[in-house]
Write a protein of this length. Structure first.
Length: 378
């Protein structure tokens, strides 16, 4: 980030008998977290009463305690953030990692070996630190038009936020439109018949319409709406973790005729017209769905021998999670419960057969493919 300084002449503080100082710049506006530099060039007499003048101490300060300036280098609020650069009759202050609390008037002071030979240069450097990076506005050219052809010499009155700001013969008005501004116009002498105000979109709201809980296969409509004149156009976005989002769809409505679990996510919209753009808050869509086709695993894999320990495990993706698994052998139910495992502590040849599982939640159920257990004799 760059630091901006006001464009003005340096301030020159002329003291007595050759004591003087000049600040450059005298006003600085900077962003929170950035760094600034300010400098002071100063002069003093070469000697007094035959004693050559030497500078013994220089410092910058914003506070005075017990009638003494507090050196920024010893101020705990600036610890590790302040640097001085000194040359002959020149001193530069650098402050890094700026905080809003750093906003103040900074003054330079130098002390010499002469009796009473000290000077605090006025007026100092005024620093303003802001956390707001930029103010967004839209450049626009407004035109005032009548529904019928008006004759004669016309004069127009322009209004900003309800207050008259300009009168003239031009039916056009070039403006910088800031958030919250509205503009209108009228023909001079007919101010009671103002045009409807034009303004940038307000922050859009998003509404969700569905027949109930959002379940895979159901119909869902998201609607983006914003107060704007001229009417806003709308663009939809789906968050995907990238800093730059690609448009997902355009139009005020986002329709899912048969929504899928892959459509789950956070959506937001923008409303835009010729005078500006606003973005809605994000709306989360969580699509519930019945279990997907279960996966059956067998442990241990390989040949199954009588007397060994064997586990069948059934797992299935679902939202909400599967609340009941049922194991079948040759289509006869064996075990039902929230756990997906069916265990043989000492399997026998009688356990040979075809097995499958069924997973179920409140939205449906589904069977797994069958798996064959072939138990070998010892």
């Amino acid at each position: 980030l760059q630091v901006s300084a006001s464009h003005q002449l340096p301030f020159h503080d002329e003291g007595l008998d050759g004591w003087a100082a000049t600040y450059t710049p005298t006003k600085i506006c900077a962003l929170k977290g950035s760094a600034v530099e300010m400098q002071c060039t100063y002069t003093y007499p070469y000697s007094e009463n035959g004693n050559v003048t030497t500078v013994e101490k220089t410092l910058w300060f914003t506070k005075v305690e017990d009638n003494e300036p507090v050196n920024l280098r010893s101020d705990s609020e600036y610890e590790g953030r302040v640097e001085y650069y000194s040359e002959q009759k020149y001193n530069r202050l650098r402050i890094s990692d700026l905080r809003e609390s750093d906003s103040a008037v900074y003054k330079f002071r130098f002390i010499t070996n002469q009796p009473g030979g000290k000077m605090t240069a006025s007026p100092g450097v005024s620093l303003t630190v802001t956390g707001k990076s930029f103010m967004f506005y839209t450049e626009a050219e407004l035109k005032c038009r009548s529904f019928c052809r008006l004759v004669g010499h016309l004069s127009f009155v322009w209004y900003k936020n309800g207050q008259s700001v300009l009168e003239g013969s031009s039916s056009s008005y070039a403006v910088n439109v800031y958030p919250g501004d509205s503009y209108s116009c009228a023909v001079k002498g007919h101010e009671g018949f103002r045009a409807a105000p034009v303004y940038a979109p307000k922050v859009p709201s998003v509404s969700v319409r569905s027949s109930g809980e959002i379940v895979e296969g159901s119909s869902v409509t998201l609607t983006c709406s914003s107060d704007a004149n001229p009417a806003a156009t709308y663009t939809w976005y789906k968050k995907n973790g990238n800093p730059v989002q690609e448009p997902f769809r355009t139009g005020p409505q986002l329709d899912f005729v048969s929504i899928q679990s892959s459509d789950s996510g956070e959506f937001y919209c923008t409303a835009q017209n010729e005078l500006g753009e606003k973005t809605s808050d994000s709306t989360s869509i969580d699509v519930k769905y019945p279990p997907k086709v279960p996966l059956v695993s067998l442990r241990p894999s390989g040949e199954i021998v009588e007397g060994s320990s064997v586990s069948l495990t059934c797992s299935s993706d679902a939202d909400p999670p599967v609340d009941e698994y049922t194991w079948y052998k040759e289509n006869q139910a064996l075990l039902q419960g929230p756990e997906g495992s069916y265990n043989f502590t000492s399997i026998s040849s009688e356990d040979t057969g075809t097995y499958h599982c069924q997973s179920e939640n409140q939205h449906g159920w589904i069977n797994s493919p069958s798996v064959l257990l072939d138990v070998q004799c010892k």
